[in-house]
Design a protein around this ligand. Sequence first.
Ligand code: AFD
Ligand code: MN
Ligand code: MN
Length: 376
Amino acid sequence: MAVSPEISDMLARFTVAIPSWGFSPMGTRFATFLLGDEARDIYGRIDRASEVHQATGITPGLALHFPWDRTDDLGALGRYIHARGLRVEAVNPNTFQDPTYRLGSVAHHDPAVRRQAVEHLLWCVEAQKQLDAPYLSLWFADGTNYPGQADFRRRHEAVLDSLRPVAAALAPGHTMLVEYKPFEPAFYHTDLADWGTALLVCQQLGAQAKVIVDLGHHLQGHNVEFTVALLQHAGRLGGFHLNNRKYADDDLMTGSLDPYGLFLIFRELVKGERLYGRRIESVSYCLDQSANVEAKVPAMILSVMNTQEAFAKALLVDEDALAAAEAEGDVIAAQEVLRAAFLTDVRPMLAEFRRGRGTPEDPLRYHRERMAPARA
Ligand code: AFD
Ligand code: MN
Ligand code: MN
């Protein structure tokens, strides 16, 4: 299948960032199983991210997590990353593990706890500048487990008070991504529970604050592509944490359970560029998944391939035919247009695209045959 110039151009502008934390020993609250491919430190995590990029050709960005990835010399860390053909896409602060944060961080009732959290966020903003990372990616575990435990409104105001100085500290051109999640680890309410809460906060923080959509952070049945379309239309879509879920924030391999749902999300993003001028690369795409029972590097490579395939299928949607079907109210014809795109096997087209760029035509096979044995 020949790759048209328009499709080749959009495929060339599409990149997926890799989370450093995805290469650490990961598990559930019941157990962590070691397969032997876990990285022991940040350098091992960077090396593995470089393997993913060598295999896929579209993952030059690395998402770092502090303090997990902290070293004594951020400059040397940045040089180690650049020497492996990578760059830093996002800095993810961690205000959910220190015992001080048992009852929250940025929303905590005690100003001293909020101050500790804000100081960490401001340290991460400086790290973002030093590492030239375009995104500060914020997720807070803040919430409560029981009714009556805290006041919703006061906690919301506390979140705003905590994040205003962080937004003010951002470098020009840098973006703060505000993530939401309906539950876990808090089980009664989360202070940034859904896209509406995150949008309210971003609107108070200014133009550099945008919403990041984690695919696993919605209640069952939520229409994620609708949320994506409206956030993009409002100019507040900042990015994605990509994964897949059956029940909750399962952090399974992207596209592994619901490739059609992933396709519908990319359909909205492609429409955003083609009809509304929102370029595909104007938001950040980052895996955020946990390989609990499978090898980590192949899991990342497969997720990137699934993501690129869903995006490529979305590029095949015949916009004119779909617009005509919509104008006619012809529901069946509209379905036929989406089916035609989704049911197209885009693997030959992607193999040709990769061949043209000198990257492996089959990333997973390349890694299995050429790279995995080298580290075994
Ligand atoms: C967990 C949280 C959230 C966050 C990620 C990295 O659920 O998705 O983005 O850790 O901090 O997955
Ligand atoms: Mn996430
Ligand atoms: Mn999550």
